[in-house]
Design a protein around this ligand. Sequence first.
Ligand SMILES: Cc1cc2nc3c(=O)[nH]c(=O)nc-3n(C[C@H](O)[C@H](O)[C@H](O)COP(=O)(O)O)c2cc1C
Length: 162
Amino acid sequence: MKTAVVYYSLDGSTREAAFVIAQKLDADVFELQEVKKRSGKPLSFMAAAFGALIGKKSRLKENPADKMSSYDRICIGSPIWASRTVPAVNTFLYALKAAEKEIILFTVQADPNTAPIEGVKRITRFLEERGAKVGNVLRIHGESPGKTASKGHLAEQIEKQI
Ligand SMILES: Cc1cc2nc3c(=O)[nH]c(=O)nc-3n(C[C@H](O)[C@H](O)[C@H](O)COP(=O)(O)O)c2cc1C
């Protein structure tokens, strides 16, 4: 089964998690990069959280959605902002031809309780309506904004969930 891992990461934790998962699943990795750079300043943080909350999409340098036709399984990783997936991931999801694809979702968030998140329910529904089969959903504890979780911390959680 040919597998892709597609992710966005602002502070590096989702990137680390993506590479751990890709190694486990023998997958190719695609990073979603936004055209507009985000800063760690309070206003930028609030704009980012608000954008995620309203389901905004952002402009990507490249959207790998059109490369997904040759993959059977797509593992999609998003940091959680305001309990939602991030704009870059939304852009990818809207462009993805999801029918018949097997999807694994993984979210990385600061909240250690990692309760089921409204944003995940939404994208699960979105993908299933388009004919995808959403299987495993990994909920991973990352770090507080501006910090990167250690590979060991992430790998331990991934090991238990995959
Ligand atoms: C704008 C913004 C909003 C956030 N909102 C949440 C939230 O609602 N719940 C949560 O648990 N973590 C929240 N976080 C924390 C991130 O999910 C956490 O730092 C994660 O590890 C980031 O992953 P990354 O390093 O791949 O960017 C937020 C971070 C940012 C930048």
